[in-house]
Design a protein around this ligand. Structure first.
Ligand SMILES: Cc1cc2nc3c(=O)[nH]c(=O)nc-3n(C[C@H](O)[C@H](O)[C@H](O)COP(=O)(O)OP(=O)(O)OC[C@H]3O[C@@H](n4cnc5c(N)ncnc54)[C@H](O)[C@@H]3O)c2cc1C
Length: 412
């Protein structure tokens, strides 16, 4: 008998996913048809991320015949990559924002973000979303002594504006969280959620009460005439609408005549489930005073989610090529800050987001586009801006102006 011996070399393949965690975790939640015929509506929303989904909810609720289109699958833009830390804390510290735009706009913006988180909680409850919304504290920490001076100034500004904040010193931070830092502001009124799931749940809920949703439907051209917009999709279908609302995220920069946003690549990773994470860590969002800053939180299935290492965005290829280097740096940083936590990476990915000069969003009309509104919530707390945008556009459609719209306007 001839014995044939086959030797096979077992190579370790890279089986880690570079897809955002939320896409893998949720899978294909709901799908919709692409648009293949001419239709008409009161309001056309372009973009199915968290902003478009919130906007669609509010407009459907108000009784507008609303159509939403997206060139990708639902919520496959930034909303699939986000770490979804819901904070009232804008990327520009309150004391600096007061210097830049005055107390009314700065404190008003911070308060509106705080209110947005409670509104989102109510909304999640109303539609019974499974997005795992959880109220959390937020810790803004300095690991370098040189940052303590301005962090204390920020603490004083927030206290003066009536935010619920406590100063934590080095020992308290170590005792509570096992975190190595020189000082921190502990704020109430934060939260976290799965924004990808929430966007899906919002669209699913509203599609049962009249909202029309089309995915894989790219807006190619728009004509304006006699108070109407004629939006042509890539495959030739025409949507006739009274108004159009762009919720197209960072890609919107391509259609605007002026530069409003600096695009950044950011890197995120999530650990395997870790039963040893302290409750105080699980109930808190963390970010630090470094530039670029580190941000982290836990997921509600007990993983540590970490992001940062931002770079100027050049193109998706360059952004993605840095992923391995960036994730290794993130693991090193996290091990330095939380030496007692074993971070075993499970998924890593990268995404693009935008920074504005004042950390504020662009919400409202643009002089170059008739019958059109934009909701562009850029920055580290884009999602709270999306909630504000949903309400602001709702008011604008009814001829009312929110005071904050002055601070969020184009051309500021
Ligand atoms: C890694 C990472 C971490 C982040 N962390 C946080 C965080 O912790 N907290 C926070 O608040 N924010 C965070 N952000 C920012 C947040 O994710 C964004 O503010 C938010 O997802 C933007 O949602 P959006 O719906 O406006 O945009 P998107 O989710 O990008 O949706 C825009 C949609 O428009 C569609 N579209 C564009 N052009 C067209 C067209 N011509 N026709 C049809 N459809 C079109 C796109 O396909 C896309 O689906 C983070 C972002 C990243 C990348």
């Amino acid at each position: 008998m001839r014995i044939i011996v086959i030797t096979c070399k077992i190579k370790f393949m890279n089986i880690r996913s570079n897809e955002p965690f939320w896409l893998v975790k949720n899978g294909l939640l709901y799908t919709y048809p692409s648009l293949r015929e001419d239709i008409s509506c009161d309001i056309l929303i372009v973009g199915s991320g968290i902003t478009g989904a919130l906007m669609a909810h509010s407009l459907t609720e108000k009784g507008y015949k609303t159509v939403l289109i997206d060139k990708r699958e639902i919520a496959n833009g930034s909303s699939s990559a986000t770490t979804s830390m819901l904070q009232y804390e804008i990327d520009v510290p309150l004391y600096q924002l007061i210097e830049q735009i005055g107390e009314q706009g700065a404190v008003g913006s911070y308060r509106a973000c705080r209110d947005a988180i409670s509104k989102l909680e109510k909304l999640v409850d109303e539609i019974q979303s499974g997005c795992g919304f959880e109220k959390k504290d937020s810790v803004y920490f300095a690991h370098q002594k040189k940052d303590i001076g301005w962090l204390k100034k920020e603490f004083d500004a927030r206290k003066a504006a009536d935010f619920d904040v406590i100063w934590l010193d080095k020992t308290e931070i170590k005792e509570r969280y096992g975190l190595i830092a020189e000082g921190a502001i502990l704020s109430k009124d934060g939260a976290s959620a799965d924004a990808f799931c929430l966007a899906h749940d919002l669209l699913h809920y509203n599609s049962k009460r009249g909202l029309e949703v089309y995915d894989k439907t790219k807006l190619a051209k728009v004509k304006y005439a006699k108070g109407q917009v004629f939006a042509q999709t890539e495959n030739g279908a025409i949507i006739t609408a009274n108004k159009i609302v762009y919720c197209t995220g960072y890609e919107t920069q391509e259609m605007l005549p002026e530069k409003i946003v600096k695009l950044k690549s950011t890197y995120a990773m999530v650990s395997e489930k870790n039963k040893q994470l302290k409750d105080d860590i699980c109930n808190t969002l963390f970010w630090n005073t470094d530039s670029p800053y580190l941000y982290m939180r836990t997921t509600n299935d007990g993983r540590l989610l970490v992001g940062g290492e931002d770079e100027n965005f050049k193109n998706p290829l360059k952004r993605d090529a840095l992923l391995t280097r960036k994730k290794d740096k993130l693991v090193k940083t996290i091990t330095k800050f939380l030496p007692d936590v074993e971070f075993v990476e499970d998924f890593c990915w990268c995404g693009t987001f935008g920074e504005t000069k004042d950390g504020l969003p662009y919400i409202g009309e643009h002089p170059k586009f008739p019958d059109t509104y934009f909701v562009l919530g850029f920055g580290g707390n884009g999602i709270t801006f999306s909630v504000i945008g949903m309400e602001m556009i709702g008011s604008m459609l009814q001829g009312e102006l929110d005071l904050l719209s002055y601070y969020f306007r184009f051309g500021r």
